[in-house]
Design a protein around this ligand. Structure first.
Ligand code: NA7
Length: 530
C-alpha cells in the first residue's frame, strides 16, 4: 500500500495541474487514471469531428508563461487530437507521468476517522492511503447509454461517441444511424455524412447551434495574445466566463429593430459563443432571449433548403443558451445532402431495435452501424461512480439522494479532506473549464499549504455553510432562464436523477472573489484541525 499526502482521481486537465502544483508545494501525490494515457475528456471523446467549443487561445493552461509561449495551436477551435497532443506535451514537460497510475479505476474511497486518512481502492486491486483525496474526475465523463428495447438483438456495429475506438472507424459505403443531437452529434454528423453512404439522424430535441467559423490559427492573433501574458492571464481570471469574449453590457430594450439585427448579424459572423454575449440578459430576460432565439431559427431556415426539415431542426422547447449551445462546422448544411435523412422522434418515437436496425412508430430502418451520441450523467455521475464513504459511514450517494450538496462546489459536509475540482455548486460547465480548473486547483493547493503551515491536517465544510451555499446556488439559478430547459445542467437527461440546477450561475469572477474572501477569513465556513 502506498501512503501519500494526496491522492488525485483522474489525469485530465484537472489531475495534471494538481500533480504539478501539489508537487511544487512539497506534497507527495499520486493520480489514479482509468485510461492508459493522460487527457480525460480528450482521451475518451475521439469521435469524428470532436473539437472544443472554446477558442484554442483560451482553452489552455494559463499558469506557465513558457508553456503558453512554446505551444502553437493549429486552429481557432482545436480538434480532439490536438488537445490530446497538448496534454501529452504538458505531461512530458512537467514530468507528470511518474506520479500517475494508469489503467486503474478508483472504485472505493473510505474515510478513516481514527487515522484521519482516506483509503482508496482500485479495480486492479491497488490500495492507497492519503490525508487528502481530490476528485478530478471531470463533469462529463460518465457516458449515458440509454436502454432501447431489443438493442442487444441488433446485429450491426454499435459505437458511442464518448467511447470511440482508438483505431478510428471507416464508414465508407455504410448506412449509418446517429442517435442524439447534442454537441457530440452535431459535431460528428457532418463528418460521418461526408464518408458514409447514408446517414439517418434520429432527433429527440433540436438544439441551438452557431457556426464556429473555424480557421487556421491567425499568426497575428496569436502574437497579439502572447504579447503580454501577465495581462492576458489577469483578463482571463477577471472574466465572468473564463474566456476572452467581449460581453456586451447593454440591454436591448428600446433599441431599434434594425440596430439589433445588425448586432446579432455581427455576433453571428464572429462565430461560437459570441452570440451568447450579444446583449445583457440573454440567459435571464425572456424577451432578449426570444429575439436571439428567433434570429437563430431564421438562420436555420435560411440554410436548410427543405422547409419541413428546417422546421424540425428549429429548437422551440427551451430558451437559447439554457442547454449548452453547440458550435458547429456545417451542421445545418448537412441536411441539404441527398444522403442524409432526419427523423423526428417526437413525431415517430423509437419502439425497439431489430436485428437489422430499428423500428419507429411508423417505419422500419435498416443500417450497418449505429452511433450513440446520447450524452453523459453530468457533474455528479463520476463522483457517485466511486463508493465514497465519509464520517460515520455516510455515503456520498445517500447524502446526495435528493441532489448534490456542497460548499462552494469544493467540499461536502461529512466528508473531511475530500475536494471536488469543478464540483456541482461551482461555475464549472458554464465557463471555460480550464480557467475554472486552474482556479480550483490553486485554491485547493493553497488551502493544503495553509493547513500544513498551521500544523493542521484536517478540514471540512460545515453543514451551515453548505446549506447557505446550496440555497444561494438555487436562488441565483432561479433568477435565470436556465431551469426552464430539460438539460443535463438539471440532470433531466438521466431518468430518476433529482432535478437540481447543478452549476453556480453567478459568474467565475464573483465566485473567485468569494473563494478568496473565504480563504482570507481564515477559511470561513470550514472547520480545520489536527
Ligand atoms: P448532450 O448534449 O447531452 O446530447 C445528448 C443527445 O442525445 C441529446 O440530443 C439527447 O436528446 C439525445 N438523447 C439522449 N437520450 C436519448 C434517447 N433515449 N433517445 C433519443 N435521443 C436521446 O451530450 P453531448 O455529448 O452531445 O454533449 C455534451 C457536452 O459536451 C456539450 O454540452 C458540450 O459541453 C460538450 P434530449 O436533448 O435529451 O432530448
Amino acid at each position: 500500500m502506498e501512503r501519500l499526502d494526496v491522492v488525485v482521481v483522474g489525469a485530465g486537465f484537472s489531475g495534471l495541474y494538481l500533480i504539478h502544483r501539489l508537487r511544487g508545494a512539497g506534497f507527495s501525490v499520486r493520480a489514479i487514471e482509468a485510461g492508459d494515457d493522460v487527457g480525460g475528456t480528450w482521451y475518451w471523446n475521439r469521435y469524428p469531428g470532436a473539437r472544443c467549443d472554446v477558442e484554442s487561445l483560451d482553452y489552455c493552461y494559463a499558469f506557465d508563461d513558457e508553456l503558453l509561449r512554446e505551444w502553437h495551436w493549429k486552429e481557432r477551435y482545436s480538434t480532439q487530437p490536438d488537445i490530446l497532443d497538448y496534454l501529452r506535451h504538458v505531461a512530458e514537460r512537467f514530468d507528470l507521468r511518474r506520479d500517475i497510475t494508469f489503467n486503474s479505476r478508483v472504485t472505493h474511497a473510505t474515510w478513516h476517522e481514527t487515522d484521519g486518512r482516506w483509503q482508496v481502492e482500485t479495480d486492479r486491486g491497488g490500495t492507497f492511503e492519503a490525508t487528502f483525496l481530490i476528485m478530478a474526475t471531470g463533469c462529463l465523463s460518465v457516458p449515458r447509454m440509454p436502454e432501447f428495447p431489443d438493442l442487444d438483438c441488433y446485429g450491426g456495429r454499435v459505437y458511442y461517441t464518448a467511447r470511440w475506438p482508438h483505431e478510428g472507424v471507416d464508414f465508407a459505403g455504410l448506412d449509418v444511424a446517429v442517435i442524439g443531437t447534442g454537441s457530440s452529434g452535431i459535431q460528428s454528423i457532418p463528418v460521418i455524412a461526408r464518408q458514409a453512404k447514408r446517414v439517418t439522424v434520429f432527433q429527440r430535441t433540436p438544439n441551438f447551434s452557431v457556426p464556429a467559423f473555424n480557421a487556421p490559427m491567425d499568426p497575428e492573433l496569436e502574437r497579439d495574445a502572447m504579447a503580454d501574458i501577465p495581462a492576458r492571464r489577469q483578463a482571463l481570471r477577471a472574466s465572468d466566463s473564463g474566456y476572452l469574449i467581449v460581453r456586451n453590457p447593454e440591454k436591448l430594450d428600446g433599441k431599434p429593430a434594425d440596430e439589433i439585427e445588425r448586432e446579432l448579424e455581427r455576433r453571428w459572423n464572429e462565430g461560437g459563443f459570441n452570440l451568447l454575449n450579444v446583449y445583457d440578459g440573454v440567459t435571464s430576460d425572456p424577451t432578449t432571449n426570444a429575439i436571439v432565439a428567433d434570429f437563430i431559427r431564421r438562420r436555420i431556415r435560411a440554410t436548410v433548403k427543405d422547409p419541413k426539415i428546417a422546421n424540425k431542426l428549429c429548437p422551440t422547447n427551451h430558451p437559447f443558451g439554457t442547454k449548452r449551445p453547440c458550435v458547429d462546422i456545417g451542421y445545418f448544411e448537412t441536411y441539404n445532402r441527398e444522403n442524409v435523412e432526419l427523423v423526428d422522434l417526437n413525431e415517430t418515437p423509437i419502439e425497439n431495435f431489430t436485428t437489422g436496425g430499428l423500428r419507429t412508430s411508423d417505419r422500419n430502418f435498416d443500417f450497418d452501424a449505429v452511433v450513440f451520441a446520447t450524452g453523459f450523467d453530468a457533474m455528479t455521475g463520476a463522483l457517485l461512480a466511486v463508493e465514497i464513504t465519509g464520517r460515520r459511514g455516510l455515503s456520498l450517494r445517500d447524502k446526495w439522494a435528493h441532489g448534490p450538496r456542497s460548499y462552494l462546489g469544493l467540499m461536502v459536509a461529512g466528508f473531511p479532506n475530500l475536494f471536488t475540482i469543478t464540483g456541482p455548486g461551482s461555475p464549472s460547465v458554464l465557463t471555460n473549464m480550464v480557467t475554472s480548473i486552474e482556479q480550483h486547483v490553486e485554491w485547493v493547493t493553497d488551502c493544503l499549504s495553509n493547513l500544513r503551515n498551521r500544523q493542521q491536517s484536517r478540514i471540512e465544510a460545515t453543514e451551515a455553510a453548505e446549506d447557505d451555499w446550496v440555497a444561494r446556488v438555487n436562488r441565483e439559478a432561479d433568477e435565470t432562464l436556465y431551469p426552464k430547459a430539460n438539460s443535463w445542467y438539471v440532470g433531466a437527461n438521466v431518468p430518476g436523477k433529482p432535478r437540481v440546477f447543478m452549476p453556480y450561475v453567478g459568474g467565475l469572477d464573483v465566485y473567485r472573489k468569494l473563494c478568496d474572501e473565504v480563504a482570507a477569513k481564515d477559511y470561513e465556513g470550514f472547520v480545520a484541525g489536527r
